[in-house]
Design a protein around this ligand. Structure first.
Ligand SMILES: Cc1cc2nc3c(=O)[nH]c(=O)nc-3n(C[C@H](O)[C@H](O)[C@H](O)COP(=O)(O)OP(=O)(O)OC[C@H]3O[C@@H](n4cnc5c(N)ncnc54)[C@H](O)[C@@H]3O)c2cc1C
Length: 387
C-alpha cells in the first residue's frame, strides 16, 4: 500500500468518521483539532439516507438511534406566544417522524464516531496546521505547537472556514457563497418546561427556535438573523459574537429576550453564517477535503452531517480500493459524490425559499404552514459501494 500516513485536520463529524474507516483499512492516522478536546455544543443534526448505511457499516446505528432527540412535535408561535401551527408528525430540524432518519445532537454524534477509532488514532488537540508544502514524496506540515512532520496525505475536515483549504487551495472568499443568514446555537436550562418539543418564532429579519435536548434536561436555543451582506467578525472572539446576536435579536418577541439572557453564561456557543462551499475540485495533489470544508451545503440543506459521513466513507474506501494511490482515489471520490452533493446543495436554496414563505419572513408575520416540516427533506439517491 502506498501513502500510509494520513493527517486529518478537524475532529467533529467528517474527521472522526474518516479516521475510523482509514484505520479499519490499515492507514496510520493522526488527527489535529484546534479545540482542546472534542467540542461540545451544536444543535441537532440529521443522519439520513446513505449516511444511515455508513453508520450501520460502522456498527453505531443502534447507538445513534438510542441517542436520537426523540421529539414529540413542534409549534410555531407569534410574538405573544400564541400557537399558530402545531404538528406531531415531524419537526423543522428533524423532518418527518415517519422516515428512518436519525436526529441527534452534534456533540453526541461526534463522541460516538470518535470512540470508533479510539486507541488507533493519534490526536493533537489544541493545535492547528500552520503551513503545508507538498512534493511527489509527501506533505511537509508545520504545526502551531507540535513539531513539524511529513505525511503522505492530508485531509481537511475542518469545516466551513477550513484552515486546510485556505493553505492548500487559497482564500475562503474564492469558494464561499453567503446565503444571507447567521445562526447561533447554545444550551440553556429547560426553564419553559417543554416536553420533547420544538417551538419556532420568526419576526422580520430574525427569529429561531427553542428545542429540548437530552430528554427534557436542557434546551438548545437556536437564534438567527438575516443580513444580505456578510458581517465581519472575529471567529475566535466569542463575546463579540454573542453581542452581535444580542443586538440583532433585540426586536424579536416571544421568549427570545429571556432565552438570550442564558447565552452569556452558556456552556457552549456556536455561531456561523449560513454559507455554502463550492470547489471545482476537492483535492490538490496530496491534499483533499471532506465534509463542510469541501462542499458545505449549510444547515438549510439539512444534509451537512450526512454529506460529511458519506464523504468520509467514500474517500477512505476509494483510498483502500486504489491501494493508497491518491491520484486514482481522489478523483474517484469526487466522481462518486458529485451529483449527491450538488443536489443537496441545491436543496438548501429550495428549503430557504420555502421556509421564508412558510414562516412569512418577507412580511414580518409568522405564517402557518402545513408543509413546514417538509423543509429539510433530504436528497438521498446514492448507492454506496462496499469497499
Ligand atoms: C461546535 C459546532 C457546532 C455546530 N452546530 C451546528 C448546528 O447547530 N447546526 C448545524 O446544522 N450544523 C452545526 N455545525 C456544523 C455541522 O457539524 C457540520 O455542518 C456537519 O456536521 C459537517 O461536519 P464537518 O465535520 O465537515 O465540519 P464541522 O462540524 O464544522 O467540524 C469542523 C471541525 O474542525 C475543527 N477545526 C476548525 N479549524 C481548525 C483548525 N485550524 N485546525 C484543526 N481543527 C480545526 C473544528 O473545531 C471542528 O471540530 C456545528 C459544528 C461545530 C464544530
Amino acid at each position: 500500500m502506498q501513502n500510509h500516513t494520513v493527517l486529518i485536520s478537524g475532529a467533529s463529524i467528517g474527521g472522526p468518521a474518516l479516521a475510523y474507516w482509514l484505520t479499519e483499512y490499515g492507514f496510520d492516522v493522526t488527527v489535529v483539532e484546534r479545540a482542546p478536546g472534542l467540542r461540545p455544543g451544536g444543535q441537532a443534526v440529521d443522519v439520513r439516507g446513505p449516511a444511515l448505511v455508513v453508520a450501520e457499516r460502522m456498527g453505531v446505528l443502534d447507538e445513534l438511534r438510542e441517542l436520537a432527540t426523540d421529539m414529540r412535535g413542534m409549534s410555531v408561535v407569534d410574538a405573544a406566544g400564541v400557537e399558530l401551527y402545531r404538528s406531531t408528525e415531524g419537526t423543522i430540524s428533524g423532518g418527518d417522524f415517519a422516515t428512518a432518519d436519525v436526529e441527534i445532537l452534534r456533540d453526541d454524534l461526534c463522541q460516538v464516531l470518535s470512540r470508533g477509532a479510539a486507541g488507533r488514532v493519534a490526536h493533537l488537540f489544541d493545535d492547528s496546521i500552520a503551513a503545508l508544502t507538498q512534493d511527489e514524496h509527501g506533505v511537509q506540515v508545520t504545526f502551531e505547537k507540535a513539531a513539524a512532520r511529513t505525511f503522505d496525505l492530508v485531509v481537511g475536515a475542518d469545516g466551513l472556514h477550513s484552515n486546510t483549504r485556505r493553505l492548500a487551495f487559497g482564500p475562503e472568499a474564492d469558494y464561499i457563497t453567503h446565503l444571507g443568514t447567521y445562526l447561533s446555537v447554545f444550551t440553556a436550562p429547560n426553564y419553559l418546561d417543554l416536553d420533547r418539543w420544538q417551538v419556532w418564532h420568526q419576526a422580520a429579519g430574525a427569529g429561531g427556535a427553542i428545542m429540548t435536548a437530552r430528554g427534557n434536561a436542557e434546551i438548545r436555543v437556536f437564534a438567527g438573523f438575516e443580513t444580505p451582506e456578510p458581517v465581519a467578525y472575529d471567529f475566535r472572539d466569542i463575546e463579540a459574537q454573542k453581542k452581535l446576536v444580542h443586538d440583532r435579536m433585540a426586536d424579536v418577541g416571544w421568549e427570545f429576550p429571556r432565552a438570550l439572557r442564558y447565552m452569556w453564561d452558556a456552556p457552549d456557543f456556536h455561531f456561523d453564517s449560513m454559507s455554502q462551499i463550492h470547489l471545482d475540485q476537492w483535492w490538490r495533489g496530496r491534499v483533499a477535503l471532506v465534509g463542510d470544508a469541501g462542499y458545505c451545503g449549510s444547515p438549510m440543506s439539512g444534509q451537512g452531517t450526512s454529506m460529511a459521513l458519506v464523504g468520509a466513507y467514500v474517500l477512505a474506501g476509494e483510498l483502500k480500493a486504489a491501494q493508497g494511490d491518491h491520484r486514482i482515489a481522489f478523483p474517484a471520490y469526487q466522481d462518486a459524490l458529485r451529483d449527491y452533493v450538488a443536489e443537496n446543495q441545491r436543496l438548501a436554496l429550495t428549503n430557504q425559499a420555502r421556509m421564508a414563505a412558510e414562516t412569512g419572513t418577507a412580511e414580518g408575520e409568522p405564517g402557518v404552514g402545513a408543509d413546514l416540516q417538509d423543509v429539510g427533506q433530504a436528497v438521498n439517491g446514492l448507492e454506496l459501494k462496499e469497499y
